[in-house]
Ligand binder design. Structure first.
Ligand SMILES: NC(=O)C1=CN([C@@H]2O[C@H](COP(=O)(O)OP(=O)(O)OC[C@H]3O[C@@H](n4cnc5c(N)ncnc54)[C@H](O)[C@@H]3O)[C@@H](O)[C@H]2O)[C@@H](O)CC1
Ligand SMILES: Nc1ncnc2c1ncn2[C@@H]1O[C@H](COP(=O)(O)OP(=O)(O)O)[C@@H](O)[C@H]1O
Ligand SMILES: [Mg+2]
Length: 278
């Protein structure tokens, strides 16, 4: 299996063009966070902002508006039940994230179906957490879009029908081809299945990352990278997966556990470091 390298990350994270503005670095909408899981979508939106997305909006339960603004005043908010507002916002977006903390109730399903009905074929759609569970349970037809699934092994079992023991590279690749989407199967050594490519493995990361919210954080990094490094989406996806774990490894030199919020805070410095390496 091909291993992602730091060199690949440096090829993606380049110094920014000075003649630029927030519109140059992409628009992201993160959708999720019910009344119980607000933290998940706050971490996703935060990771998108801290990894450099130009403009980030968060569609969530209004109960999360105050905490989101307190943590992340850079983000705009919208009520995820407000279909009229969502219909206006969606076409402006380069990247959509759906699922962190969305839950699997009727409200969540209605939001997911609405987003599937509105997304356009050129838009990147990152499907995570509860949204993966809903796609699997409800056997939803996937829309035409640039889809990236980010399941952990249990979510991948729901989506692919493969038990953990059956999740071999060959079986995973066959299941990914059936879905006709990019699939990031998250584990200790995460595997990335991109359409038309041999599989990739992430060689970095450790048990210091085994904390709730770590995958929510990854969705935001993926969104930030896809939004601003839009010329090479496959490379951006690989670089985002590596960056998430490499930052944890740096922090883990001094820490027993590395929190998603600490990885988010360290994103700008890590990206500056990578952008300066030859
Ligand atoms: N602060 C928050 O608001 C948080 C909200 N979360 C949200 O909670 C919802 C449910 O997601 P969960 O993942 O907790 O629940 P799931 O029911 O989808 O899966 C969790 C179970 O899968 C098992 N598992 C097996 N292999 C695994 C692997 N490689 N990685 C992770 N788990 C593995 C674990 O034992 C775990 O108990 C999602 O929408 C998620 O985004 C979680 O991200 C946790 C933090
Ligand atoms: N032991 C580990 N070694 C390396 N990476 C890990 C380990 N445990 C968790 N991770 C990483 O943390 C993330 C967990 O994602 P996920 O289970 O979706 O978290 P959550 O839903 O709580 O946000 C994945 O990127 C996974 O690869
Ligand atoms: Mg998750």
């Amino acid at each position: 299996m091909q291993q992602i390298t730091e060199k690949l990350v440096c090829q993606v994270i380049k110094p920014r063009t000075q003649e630029s503005h927030k519109g140059s670095f992409g628009r992201v909408l993160t959708i999720g966070g019910n009344q119980y899981f607000g933290g998940a979508i706050i971490m996703s939106a935060s990771a998108a902002v801290y990894s450099g997305a130009g403009l980030v909006t968060c569609a969530t339960d209004p109960q999360n508006f105050v905490s989101l603004h307190a943590r992340l005043p850079e983000a705009m908010v919208v009520d995820y039940r407000d279909q009229q507002m969502l219909a206006e916002l969606l076409p402006q977006m380069d990247v959509l994230v759906i699922g962190p903390g969305l839950g699997t109730d009727a409200t969540a399903l209605a939001i997911l179906k609405f987003v599937f009905s509105q997304v356009q074929s050129q838009q990147h759609l990152i499907i995570d957490g509860s949204a993966i569970t809903l796609v699997a349970q409800q056997q939803l037809t996937l829309p035409s879009a640039q889809i990236v699934f980010t399941p952990h092994q249990m979510e991948w079992q729901r989506l692919s029908g493969l038990t953990l023991a059956e999740q071999t590279p060959a079986n995973n690749q066959a299941a990914q081809q059936k879905l006709a989407a990019t699939v990031i199967v998250k584990s200790h050594r995460t595997e990335i299945y991109l359409p038309g490519q041999p599989a990739w493995q992430n060689p970095v990361g450790s048990a210091a990352m085994a904390t709730g919210g770590m995958g929510d954080c990854l969705t935001g990094i993926l969104a930030g990278f896809l939004a601003q490094f839009s010329a090479a989406p496959a490379q951006s996806i690989l670089a985002a997966v590596y960056t998430h774990s490499a930052i944890s490894d740096q922090l883990a030199q001094q820490q027993y556990v590395t929190l998603p919020t600490q990885i988010i805070a360290a994103l700008p410095a890590y990206m500056a470091q990578m952008s300066q390496e030859k």
